[in-house]
Design a protein around this ligand. Structure first.
Ligand code: UDP
Length: 333
């Protein structure tokens, strides 16, 4: 399998967005496995304290074309893992231009920098939002893509560009379509300046920082009427990126664990694990939310040799709760 051969080769990996939630955990895992890491992040969404001190940190913008080019040239990486992006469905429904500029136009600069520096591999954070409202469940990579929000559209555009760069420039690419990232490592967790994600919002109530959490929509065509998502532990996402470094692999892969939980089930799990009576208020639907997204990740298992190990809902909530309890203000000083 891939693991032993990867471990024997120390790689030079350039990580954009390495100060963000998933990026920080992936950087930690890369370093733990003996790789060299350069983090490139403008800290607009990320946090300096989320950058593992063993990495070389470059505080800069991917929109700065000459800087990203020079920095990638200097780092001469074996691979780029490109996390830097905006990732809020709701915000993308209000400000699509921000998503197309940053996630498409600026990401293209990183892709071009990879080609110009002769980088062999490009690993890209994609999303289940590329599927829109799929007719079949669970979702495979063959399920038609039809995003229903600009965030999903921006990621799908990059996937299409990467396929052509692979064909024309011979750049290997791996697009990882994350389902719902959640949980924390011992050191790094989820802290968005504007927190829209379900689990951290619920845990803020358990921490006593808010009076209640909100449930967006109870009239979806799901068993309890609330949206169903496939929550995948951030450590499992990180390990998929490391497996994606293997030579000779290109393509699109779903990363989920195949279990769907409704918003109400997640609220209940948080109540049980924190022991707090978290109040939940019913609200109207949030624009851009598909009713149900559950992954078939067999392709990642077969081709990458990936096996999610941390992704039971209880473990996700327990690790998130541990991190938020230890860092009630996240990375804020
Ligand atoms: N959600 C909710 N209350 C919140 C945040 C999210 O009911 O405070 C719902 C949201 O409508 C969606 C699900 O929880 O159905 C997961 O949302 P999240 O923003 O965590 O991830 P997304 O699926 O948008 O990537």
């Amino acid at each position: 399998m891939a693991g032993p051969c990867l471990r024997s080769r120390r790689m030079n990996v350039f990580v954009t967005g390495g100060a963000g939630y998933i990026g920080s955990v992936c950087v930690e895992m890369l370093l733990d496995e003996g790789h060299n890491v350069t983090v490139y992040d403008n800290l607009s969404e990320g946090h300096e304290d989320a950058v593992d001190p063993r990495a070389l940190f470059i505080h800069a913008r991917i929109s700065d074309r000459s800087n990203i080019n020079e920095t990638v040239q200097d780092a001469a990486p074996d691979a780029i893992i490109h996390f830097a992006a905006n990732s809020l469905v709701g915000e993308s429904m209000k400000n699509p231009g921000k998503y197309f500029r940053n996630n498409v136009s600026n990401s293209l600069k990183v892709l071009d920098a990879a080609v110009e520096a002769g980088v062999k591999k490009f690993i890209f954070s994609s999303t289940a939002a590329t599927y829109g409202i799929p007719e079949e469940m669970p979702i495979t990579e063959e399920t038609p893509t039809a995003p229903i929000n600009p965030y999903g559209e921006s990621k799908l555009a990059m996937e299409k560009f990467m396929r052509w760069y692979h064909e024309i420039h011979d750049l290997e690419y791996v697009a990882l379509r994350y389902f719902n990232a959640a949980g924390a490592s011992e050191r790094f967790g989820e802290h968005h300046r504007v927190e829209t994600h379900l689990i951290p919002n619920i845990l803020q109530v358990a921490l006593g920082q808010k009076d209640n959490c909100q449930i967006f929509g109870d009239d979806y065509p799901t068993p309890d009427g609330t949206c169903v998502r496939d929550y995948i532990h951030v450590l499992d996402l990180a390990s998929a990126h490391i497996l994606a470094l293997q030579e000779g692999i290109s393509g699109v892969f779903n990363l989920g664990n195949g279990d769907g939980y409704s918003v109400k089930e997640v609220v209940d799990a948080c109540r049980r694990i924190t022991g707090k009576g978290i109040e939940a208020i019913q609200q109207p639907r949030r624009p851009g939310d598909p009713p149900r997204l559950v992954a078939d990740a067999d392709k990642a298992r077969q081709v990458l040799g990936w096996e999610p190990e941390h992704s039971g809902l209880d473990n996700i909530v327990e690790t998130a709760w541990r991190w938020h309890s230890a860092h009630p203000n996240g990375y804020a000083k």
